[in-house]
Design a protein around this ligand. Structure first.
Ligand code: SF4
Length: 297
């Protein structure tokens, strides 16, 4: 049996920064509030909670006064910053730079064209990043989650499309095509503009994973079920290699037959810690009677 951990898997730069920021404050102060899960991975979250991180909901945030609160990589709408100011809350802002730039671009677009144009966001309704992006349009933007949502666009007015950073590139392309067609049917294709704002960390990883999945007999894809890019990247692996397992915790690892000669690939989402994938590899090795513990590192 041969086990390989995908070298491109593990946290993206936005998640690395948020976790590093949290760890620095926790080492200094022993405790820190975080608005929502800092990372969509329960094992990593648990590690940080043990260090003193206190994850709070939006209701709890509204009740909080004079505290220090970390904003995670997904970013927040302006409303969150307003509440923080009113409640004398110090914000530790770990919004990913890529998301921050996207928020700024949407805000500018809305300020210039907002009254006239419709701001469309291709993303998952209710996702934290999407809420932050919608906030830049005073909540007037339209979330496009599927091809059916295109019917909600007013084709007599201009529309500008952006994407949540962790969305599926293929689906984005289909959405662009369908909206272009709809405007063309009205005789005004010029009214529609679009900006592919999918993060390279996700789109590049999708291409690499396609290749990685093909190279192995079995793929163990590790991710939390709440992770948008996790679900997307898992589908990419599954398409390339039908023998792909979606694993959310070490307890869910598939049992590999003793003395198997399979080649096993372990990979994950941008929110899957490398230590978790290494632990999974160790557990699989330990389950094989004739494999040396350090083999395939
Ligand atoms: S996936 Fe991209 S945009 Fe999202 S947090 Fe990671 S680096 Fe930032």
């Amino acid at each position: 049996m041969h086990i390989t951990i995908d070298g491109h898997s593990g946290f993206c730069s936005g998640v690395i920064n948020a976790i590093k920021t949290a760890e620095e404050w926790l080492q200094k102060e022993g405790t820190l509030y975080c608005l929502g899960d800092i990372v969509h991975n329960s094992e990593e979250l648990q590690r940080l909670v043990q260090m003193g991180l206190k994850v709070i909901t939006y209701d709890e945030f509204r009740q909080l006064h004079g505290a220090r609160v970390l904003i995670r990589a997904h970013g927040e709408p302006p409303e969150t910053y307003r509440i923080a100011k009113e409640n004398n809350i110090e914000i530790i802002d770990a919004t990913c730079k890529v998301v921050l730039n996207l928020q700024k671009t949407i805000k500018q677009e809305f300020e210039v064209d907002g009254a006239e144009a419709q701001i469309l966001i291709f993303g998952k309704q209710g996702h934290a990043e999407v809420i932050g992006l919608l906030g830049q349009t005073d909540g007037k933007g339209l979330v496009i989650s599927s091809l059916e949502d295109i019917r909600r666009i007013d084709l007599s007015r201009p529309a500008v499309l952006f994407s949540q950073t962790t969305q599926d590139s293929e689906m984005y392309r289909k959405i662009v095509e369908a909206i272009t067609e709809a405007y063309t049917r009205q005789g005004h294709p010029e009214l529609f503009t679009h900006h592919d704002t999918i993060c390279h960390s996700v789109s590049n990883r999708a291409r690499q994973l396609e290749e990685f999945a093909r190279q192995h007999d079995r793929i163990i894809f590790m991710s939390d079920a709440k992770s948008s890019n996790g679900l997307y990247l898992y589908e990419i692996c599954k398409k390339s290699n039908p023998n792909t397992h979606f694993v959310t915790s070490l307890e869910m690892l598939p049992s590999i037959p003793a003395d198997s000669s399979e080649s096993i690939g372990i990979c994950g989402a941008t929110s899957t810690p490398m230590w978790l994938m290494e632990k999974a590899a160790d557990l699989i090795r330990q389950s094989q009677p004739n494999i040396h513990p350090n083999q395939n590192h």
